[in-house]
Design a protein around this ligand. Structure first.
Ligand SMILES: [Zn+2]
Length: 302
């Protein structure tokens, strides 16, 4: 599932490619009766309203809030997209194919990355006035798309925890989460925004804290290190285009490179990469998610 660095990679790509373009058409085959009455384009009547509101509007810019992509439009409306499990945007030469009943790459396409098999599950597409298309490939079809007034964006995310960058320890609500297991707490969007399974594992490996350690047992010094490494690791992943161990691709269809930098994520049963540590990496279910950690340098404190 895309986490903060992957979503930021998408947003950076959108700001390079779609700013100031006009929306000429929008298409989706996400419709599902399960979403009836919900503010989601998967509800066919919401999609009709969505379409009416965004046609002929200009893209002002894209932004990220937590793991959401925000696309601000010239009519003071904002499209909010959550990529969920397998969603990723692609920008290029696409056409609607009547037989396939979806968007496919046009003959004019010269970008070989767009032909990657994970980029062929198009369920949503915006056509711009330059003839290019912003398509959403989403194998599992879990992504969600809605539209709100831009002035309501802050309120929309009021339950979300703070963004990790520029954050101080005192901005985090440790009191509320003191009894929680640190990995679960780091992944809780109400505690801090944008961290999921990959980055929580990598952060705790760096700091040497067991994923099941209760927050209240961790010293302020170690909590500071957790925040410091959270910022450092997320930033370093953004710089190399995010993590593509699974199906994430940037808007040009290309993989990121963070999967080559993993110290523990999906490395169970291998020898720890930490200097002077010969521990074996283990995997264990923590709070319903698979945690990977070193038995030797991430021992439980109590
Ligand atoms: Zn180790």
């Amino acid at each position: 599932m895309p986490e903060l660095p992957e979503v930021q990679t998408v947003v950076n790509g959108l700001n390079k490619k779609i700013k100031n373009l006009l929306i000429m058409d929008v298409w989706s085959d996400y419709n599902s009766t399960y979403y009836l009455g919900k503010n989601n384009i998967k509800d066919i009547s919401f999609f009709k309203k969505f379409k009416k509101n965004i046609l002929n509007k200009k893209i002002i810019k894209a932004e990220r809030r937590a793991k959401n992509i925000l696309i601000h439009l010239s009519n003071k409306k904002t499209i909010i997209i959550h990529l969920k499990m397998t969603g990723h945007f692609l920008y290029g030469d696409y056409v609607f194919d009547k037989r396939e009943k979806t968007f496919i790459l046009n003959k004019t396409n010269k970008n070989k990355f767009l032909t990657d098999k994970f980029n062929q599950f198009i369920h949503f597409a915006i056509t711009f006035n330059n003839g290019k298309v912003l398509a959403l490939s989403d194998m599992r079809k879990f992504a969600s798309i809605t539209l709100i007034d831009t002035k309501l964006v802050k309120d929309f995310f009021k339950k979300n925890g703070p963004e990790p960058f520029g954050l101080k320890l005192s901005n985090l609500n440790f009191k509320k989460f003191k009894n929680g297991k640190i990995k679960t707490v780091l992944m809780n969007p109400e505690f801090i925004a944008g961290i999921g399974n990959i980055y929580s594992d990598e952060i705790l490996w760096q700091v040497g804290i067991h994923p099941e350690e209760r927050v209240k047992n961790i010293s302020d010094k170690k909590l500071k290190e957790i925040l410091k490494f959270a910022q450092k690791i997320l930033k370093s992943s953004i710089e190399i285009g995010g993590d593509s161990m699974s199906d994430f691709r940037n808007i040009d269809g290309k993989r990121g490179e963070f999967q080559n930098k993993h110290k523990c994520y999906r490395l169970e049963n291998t020898i720890c990469k930490k200097k002077n540590c010969d521990g074996i990496l283990e995997k264990k279910i923590v709070g319903g998610r698979v945690a990977r950690f070193c038995l030797k340098h991430q021992k439980k404190l109590c």
